[in-house]
Ligand binder design. Structure first.
Ligand code: FES
Ligand SMILES: [Fe+2]
Length: 392
C-alpha cells in the first residue's frame, strides 16, 4: 500500500466534540479527536506506547487525549505530557505517539499518512465543489452513507471509474446491455487526478412511459474521475438536475474496504427523497459487489501484463500509472504484516520523525517496512509499452 498521500478517511460529521473516534486505515489503528480549545482535528496512532492500549477508548481531558488504562496524557503533537503515576518525574522522550497532518474538507476528514515535510507534500486533493459547508448545503441536499467490501481498495477504486461495466452490472439500474459500446474518450490527467466524460446509454424506458415516448432516450453525459489516492467522482447530467457522488474508498487493510460516499443532489431537495436516494446509490454498490469481491488476484497486479487492457480502460490506466510512479518514488509500504504478525506492531511514520532526527531512537513503535520501489517487485518498464500496445 502507499504512504505519503492524503487519504479521505471519514465523514467529518462523525467526529464529535469530546469523543475520541477509532478507525483503521492501511492496517493501522488511528484515533481522531478534536482539540477542545482550538477545534483542531487531530489524527494519531491509536496505540499507547506504555502498554499498547487503544487510546480511542480514553477521553479528552485538559486539551489532551488521555489513555483509558493508566491515564497517560498525549497532546495534539503526540508528546506525552503527563504520567499520573509519577507526577514529579521527567517524562521520557520515548513517550510519544505518531501524529499525522489532518484537515477537514468537503465533508471528509483527510489525513496525510506519511512522514514527508510539509514543503514536499502534495496538496490535499481538490474536488470540484465548494468546500464551504454552507455553500454545499445551500446548493444541494447532502447525504452520507457507506458500503463495506471484503475486497482490496484498489479493486474497489478501479470499479468506481470503470466505464464499460455499467451496461452489464447495472442493467437493473442505469445500464443498457443492448447498447454497451463505449465511445472513445479522453482522460484529463494532471498528475493529481484523472477525469473523463463519457456518454452512457440509459436503459429503455419501461411501462407507460415506454409506450408514450417510444424507445428513444438521450444518452447521459457522465463525468467520472479519480482524485489520487482514494476518492472518486461520478457526475451524471440527469434530466432532473445536478447530481454528484464523491466516494472515498477507505483501505481498512489489504482485504477490506469501506466506501464512504457523499451524495449531493440539486433536485428533490426535501428530506423525503433522502431514503430513496441513498437506497438507489447503495443498490449500485450491491450490484458491483460480487464482481469486485470475486476478482483475482485479490490485490491489483503490479505487472500490467497480468491483465489485458483495452481503450475503454484508459481512465483506470491513468490510476495504475500514478500508482506505479508512487511506488517507484519509494512510497510503498508492506502492510501485510499487520494481518499476520500478532506479536509485532509497526506504524506508518509521521513527519515529526524526520523533523527531529535526534529522536530517531526515541520511538517505541517501529516504522512499517518499505516496499521495494524501482528495483523491487515493480516492473517499471512494463507499463508504457504494454499499455499502448493493448490500447491501440
Ligand atoms: S497503556 Fe496507556 S497509560 Fe498505560
Ligand atoms: Fe459499478
Amino acid at each position: 500500500m502507499l504512504m505519503n498521500q492524503w487519504y479521505a478517511i471519514e465523514f467529518a460529521s462523525r467526529i464529535k466534540d469530546g469523543e475520541p473516534y477509532r478507525t483503521t486505515v492501511l492496517g493501522e489503528d488511528l484515533v481522531i479527536w478534536k482539540k477542545p480549545s482550538t477545534g483542531e482535528i487531530v489524527v494519531q496512532s491509536d496505540l499507547c506506547v506504555h502498554r499498547g492500549a487503544l487510546l480511542s477508548g480514553g477521553e479528552i481531558y485538559d486539551d489532551c487525549l488521555r489513555c483509558p488504562y493508566h491515564g497517560w496524557q498525549y497532546d495534539e503533537t503526540g508528546a506525552c505530557v503527563k504520567i499520573p503515576a509519577h507526577p514529579n518525574t521527567p517524562i521520557p522522550k520515548k513517550a510519544r505517539i505518531d501524529t499525522y497532518p489532518a484537515v477537514q474538507r468537503y465533508g471528509f476528514i483527510w489525513v496525510y499518512l506519511g512522514d514527508t515535510p510539509e514543503a514536499e507534500r502534495p496538496p490535499v486533493p481538490e474536488l470540484p465543489i465548494d468546500d464551504h459547508p454552507e455553500a454545499r448545503f445551500r446548493d444541494y441536499k447532502v447525504i452520507e452513507a457507506e458500503y463495506h467490501w471484503d475486497a482490496n481498495y484498489e479493486r474497489v477504486l478501479e470499479n468506481a471509474i470503470d466505464i464499460a461495466h455499467a451496461p452489464f452490472v447495472h442493467r437493473e439500474t442505469f445500464g443498457n446491455p443492448e447498447e454497451p459500446e463505449v465511445e472513445d474518450y479522453t482522460v484529463d490527467n494532471d498528475g493529481r487526478s484523472a477525469t473523463a466524460t463519457v456518454y452512457l446509454n440509459p436503459p429503455p424506458p419501461s411501462g407507460i412511459w415506454g409506450k408514450i415516448r417510444g424507445k428513444e432516450r438521450d444518452k447521459v453525459k457522465t463525468t467520472t474521475g479519480v482524485y489520487f489516492p482514494n476518492v472518486t467522482m461520478l457526475r451524471p447530467e440527469l434530466p432532473m438536475g445536478e447530481f454528484l457522488l464523491f466516494t472515498a474508498a477507505v483501505p481498512i487493510d489489504e482485504n477490506r474496504t469501506v466506501s464512504k460516499f457523499i451524495q449531493l443532489r440539486g433536485f428533490f431537495t426535501g428530506n423525503w427523497a433522502d431514503k430513496d436516494s441513498v437506497k438507489r446509490t447503495l443498490k449500485i454498490f450491491i450490484e458491483d459487489g460480487p464482481q469486485v469481491i470475486g476478482q483475482r488476484p485479490e490485490l491489483l497486479p503490479f505487472d500490467l501484463q497480468a491483465e489485458l487492457h483495452v481503450k475503454s480502460d484508459a481512465i483506470q490506466l491513468a490510476y495504475r500509472r500514478w500508482r506505479q510512479e508512487a511506488y517507484n518514488a519509494g512510497h510503498g509500504i508492506d502492510t501485510h504484516q499487520f494481518l499476520t504478525h500478532k506479536n509485532v506492531k509497526t506504524v506508518i511514520p509521521s513527519p515529526v520523525r524526520r523533523e527531529n532526527p535526534e529522536l530517531a531512537n526515541a520511538w517505541v513503535m517501529k516504522e512499517a517496512p518499505r516496499r521495494p520501489g524501482k528495483n523491487g517487485l515493480m516492473d517499471e518498464t512494463s507499463l508504457e509499452g504494454k499499455v499502448e500496445a493493448d490500447v491501440e
